[in-house]
Design a protein around this ligand. Structure first.
Ligand code: BES
Ligand code: MN
Ligand code: MN
Length: 456
């Protein structure tokens, strides 16, 4: 047996213990009081990779939350340099009462490890660390040059980290970026992902009369802000499920007939999705399959809405203020700021008179496409097939990893998306989990990739 694979086999228990240690740190980037936990986890990762033989291992200040950098650059100038990316921040664990076991006390049940950050993205990040450890331990060297770059701002829209990347092009220069921060379509088939959607996140605040009003004294006289907001939200889509914001489809690259044919081969998952979600119908843009709508067409969703009286009993009031948060998922060649401006203008236009609306940009990330004939993508696909002994499907993803577009633009390096999460991984939700077998098989796939990338 391959000695590096044997090393991984023999170190399963140790790797699992280290993974648990990492998961116990409460690295919630959304909460400022958790910055200490983020730094503790960053220091922990620095020490972990320095002890393995990585050099220049240090916490890098980005202006926001820190990133971990380390490198091993002794494979020779003729060998490729791969930047390995991951994020060690996690989403807030709330609501806590829906967790079967506490979010920061990793627990194994049914072959899965449960805890916040298991699938997104700590186990996936550690897969690469441990695969590289095996190569360093067994061969005393790596077959290619490696730079490690782990951020802690991803879950908040990636903060100051893209600026850090733009300002450290030499430090981070590479031939390709390898990351595991995505999911399979099911629990059986590995996937090679070649596209991610971008995002443009914003908030709309509505203000009507200068104070809350008795609805009997003023009802029928003033524009109710909540009704104005409802009007705006109802106008965001037309009756064909298209986004009604003018110009919004102008930059959208149509799905090519070739790609439509490929996606059609994946089948139609409408019935399966309806069953999984217990809904009697799906929604979205007419004329496109669910895969097409989710991966290759823009979408606009409202995430939260507030205003007026929501407590027990009744209250006859016209609230002075209300608001909502929303985001649009973007496809090539939509630009986050441009999309935001179009939404802002539209919302201001359709907002009924007597109520003022203020629309503010939160964060954005560009969409990503990787040509499917890219040699590193092909190499990763073959590595998955070797490890899992099955063909890896070529698919896109509807979610976003904002910094991937920065790697492409600022470093000229294409991100290779080799993820191991599954649809039942509950990411961002209670009972987040990761299949243990994917943790260990993932290391095998990563090991094949780092070896085979030497001859790409
Ligand atoms: N790892 C996810 C993205 C993801 C989720 C890829 C599921 C594939 C399958 C990432 O951490 C994430 O949550 N991204 C956010 C970005 C946002 C906070 C800017 C997203 O997509 O909402
Ligand atoms: Mn993630
Ligand atoms: Mn996430």
């Amino acid at each position: 047996m391959d000695t590096a694979l044997k090393y991984l086999e023999e170190n399963r228990k140790r790797h699992q213990e280290l993974m648990f240690e990492c998961l116990r740190m409460e690295t919630v980037s959304a909460k400022s009081e958790k910055e200490g936990e983020i730094r503790r986890c960053g220091d922990w990762l620095v020490k972990l990779v320095a002890d393995m033989g990585f050099e220049n291992a240090a916490l890098q200040e980005t202006g926001g939350l820190p990133a971990v950098y380390a490198d091993w650059l002794h494979a020779g100038a003729d060998k490729p340099t791969i930047l390995v990316y991951g994020h060690f921040d996690v989403q807030p664990p709330e609501p806590l009462d829906l967790w079967e076991t506490p979010p920061f006390e990793p627990t194994i049940r049914d072959g899965r490890v449960f805890g916040r950050g298991t699938a997104d993205d700590k186990c996936q990040l550690l897969i690469h660390v441990f695969a590289l450890e095996a190569l360093l331990k067994i061969d005393g060297k790596l077959p290619i040059n490696i730079k490690l770059f782990f951020e802690s701002e991803e879950e908040g829209g990636t903060g100051s980290t893209p600026k850090f990347v733009e300002e450290h092009r030499d430090l981070l220069a590479c031939d390709a970026v390898m990351l595991s921060d995505t999911a399979w379509m099911d629990e059986e088939n590995p996937v090679m992902m070649y596209g991610l959607r971008g995002i443009s996140y914003f908030q709309a605040d509505f203000k009507g009369p200068n104070r809350d009003l008795h609805s009997g004294r003023f009802g029928g006289v003033v524009q109710n802000p909540i009704e104005a907001m409802a009007t705006v939200i109802a106008r965001l889509h037309d009756e064909k499920g298209r986004i009604a914001v003018p110009t919004i489809y102008n930059d959208v690259v149509p799905i090519s007939p070739e790609e439509r044919a490929e996606l059609a081969k994946l089948g139609d998952n409408t019935e399966e999705t309806k069953r999984y979600l217990a809904v009697d119908a799906l929604a979205g843009e007419e004329g496109y399959s669910p895969f097409e709508r989710n991966w290759a067409r823009p979408a606009l969703d409202v995430h939260g809405i507030w205003g007026g009286y929501q407590d027990e009993g009744s209250k006859t009031v016209i609230a002075s203020k209300c608001g909502f948060k929303a985001s649009m998922r973007l496809v090539p060649n939509q630009e986050p700021k441009k999309v935001f401006e179009a939404c802002k203008t539209f919302i201001e236009e359709v907002c009924p008179k007597g109520v003022q609306v203020n629309v503010e940009f939160y964060h954005g990330g560009e969409p990503l496409m990787v040509p499917i004939d890219n040699p590193y993508l092909r190499c990763a696909q073959k590595s998955l097939e070797k490890a899992f002994d099955k063909p890896a499907l070529l698919i896109r993803e509807g979610a976003s990893v904002p910094i991937t577009a920065t790697f492409k633009d600022a470093l000229g390096a294409l991100p290779i998306l080799m993820g191991f999460d599954v649809p039942t991984g509950n990411i961002h939700a209670p009972n987040e989990n990761f299949i243990l077998e994917h943790f260990f098989k993932g290391m095998e796939a990563a090991l094949h990739f780092y070896r085979d990338a030497a001859t790409v």
